[in-house]
Design a protein around this ligand. Structure first.
Ligand code: SF4
Length: 478
């Protein structure tokens, strides 16, 4: 079944093509360049990347080029308990105390960072979000302490149907680039920009040049999306993609589940990327269609699109890697770091707290015991529920973790991924080394500046939990 068409390949027909026949779905548009009206013209002057096409649509233009400053219409605006109060304050200051947001339906408010703490300032932040949601009558507020609470924003957004191909999403969180996994342009912005976007629905941005990363071949069972992105960041450096779109493609990417695509796009920002993006395919549409009935447009890069750079990887040659302290580009093969002792293991966050991440951990821990404190934090309530229903070798994930000696899973939130108050579950409060499925390991990221954080895939983190030192998961998978 064909949803995506290559510009040029299908000529005029591609750009006026709504899917027809028995599989017709009038909410799915096969997109070309420019706008999304019925009678749009092809208008190809030069090939465009998927990022450029999405931004062109959002700007109401047929063509955009890297470096241009354009006004784009935002489809989804997300903020959370850390940046929400600041954004709200700027919105009121600049638009007036009684001002309304441009479109309550487009705004998603997800308190997730500092939820399970006794810290009064954190409670106040959540209370300010709650008050704003009530004042503005926001339909998408995931309120802590109520049945609507969900957990980590970047896992909540797709699970709750806020991610759609072809759209533009802005979030007051640098890892908003996660949602490029759904074939959309998604990026992090500051509070001031968010206040402006909430008030007007638009934002002025510079079109990023695109870097293409092609990964082809069959991914070995011991290599995960985290290994792929850590390898890329290790190769290009933490400033290797500054203000560029990181476009991931190839047969390996095509075969990845959405959870792994999210992990890859999530860490585009760790290379300085403006956004990460993967064109939508059957897997994307299957996921999205289960969660939203809103129409959307699928775009893909033209064959003659212009790239800042093109890189290629062979999946069969990839191995488990880690990012040693204190930078995500301090990459090393896990097998070469067996002398690096760890004091604790942390499994959680938007790159390591999804259901599939815990399933990977369970594959390693099943029938074994951890040697160090092992903290488990499901990203969302949905993931937390899955721990009790999803099984590996006939036993639930929760049972496997309990028998392995892990600390009982915490309620869903960002928990120690961003340190947080001292009473935060899993926080590093002293000089210690933590191997973590999170995405950032600068000094102080998970609490104390004396702590050292090693970034790893869920498989590698689990294998290391068993041995007490950095361990290649192949030791336990063979
Ligand atoms: S889990 Fe970590 S990276 Fe993800 S949104 Fe929370 S603090 Fe940020």
């Amino acid at each position: 079944m064909l949803y995506i068409c290559e510009a040029g390949k299908f000529a005029d027909a591609a750009f006026s093509c709504w899917r027809t026949g028995s599989n017709a779905d009038p909410t799915i548009r096969i997109g070309g360049s420019g706008g999304d009206t019925d009678n749009e013209k092809v208008g190809i002057e030069m090939g465009m990347t998927i990022t450029e096409k999405i931004l062109a649509r959002a700007a109401g233009r047929d063509q955009v080029s890297p470096g241009e400053n354009i006004w784009v219409k935002a489809d989804v605006l997300m903020t959370h308990d850390v940046c929400g109060p600041g954004t709200i304050g700027i919105l009121r200051q600049e638009f007036g105390e009684k001002s309304g947001v441009f479109d309550p339906e487009s705004i998603v408010l997800v308190p997730d960072h500092y939820i399970f703490t006794d810290d009064e300032k954190c409670h106040r932040n959540v209370a300010l979000c709650r008050q704003f949601a009530a004042e503005q009558n926001l339909p998408h507020f995931y309120d802590p302490g109520t049945p609507t609470y969900s957990g980590v924003c970047h896992v909540t957004l797709p699970q709750k149907g806020h991610c759609r191909p072809g759209e533009v999403m802005f979030g007051t969180d640098s890892h908003t680039c996660t949602h490029g996994a759904f074939g959309e342009f998604s990026t992090g912005i500051g509070n001031t920009d968010m206040a402006f976007a909430m008030g007007t629905g638009k934002l002025l941005i510079k079109v990023p040049a695109s870097m293409k990363f092609t990964i082809d071949g069959a991914l070995p069972e011991y290599v995960m999306g985290k290994d792929i992105i850590l390898r890329i960041i290790g190769d290009i450096g933490v400033d290797g993609a500054t203000y560029r779109a990181m476009e991931f493609c190839g047969s390996t990417v095509d075969a990845l589940p959405m959870s792994e695509r999210m992990t890859i796009c999530n860490m585009a920002i760790e290379a300085g990327g403006k956004n990460g993006i993967i064109a939508a395919d059957e897997a994307t549409l299957g996921y999205v269609r289960e969660r939203t009935s809103k129409p959307f447009t699928c775009f893909t890069s033209d064959a003659d699109a212009d790239y800042y750079s093109v890189g290629a990887y062979t999946a069969e040659e990839l191995v488990p890697v880690v990012a040693l302290p204190h930078s995500p580009d301090n990459m090393a093969n896990a097998a070469d770091c067996e002398d690096v002792k760890i004091d604790r293991t942390y499994i959680g966050s938007c790159t390591g707290g999804k259901t599939e991440d815990f399933e990977a951990v369970a594959r390693i821990l099943d029938g074994r015991k951890v040697a160090v404190d092992t903290f488990l934090v499901p990203a969302t309530v949905e993931v937390e529920r899955d721990l009790g229903t999803h099984t590996v070798n006939g036993r639930t994930l929760r049972e496997i973790f309990h028998e392995a000696g892990c600390i009982e899973p915490a309620p869903p939130s960002c928990a120690a991924c961003l340190g947080g108050p001292e009473d935060t579950f899993g926080r590093c409060n002293q000089e210690e080394t933590c191997i973590s499925t999170t995405n950032r390991n600068f000094p102080g990221r998970m609490g104390s500046k004396k702590a050292s954080v090693i970034l790893a895939s869920p498989l590698t983190a689990a294998a290391s939990a068993i041995t007490g030192h950095v361990t290649d998961p192949r030791e336990f998978l063979s």
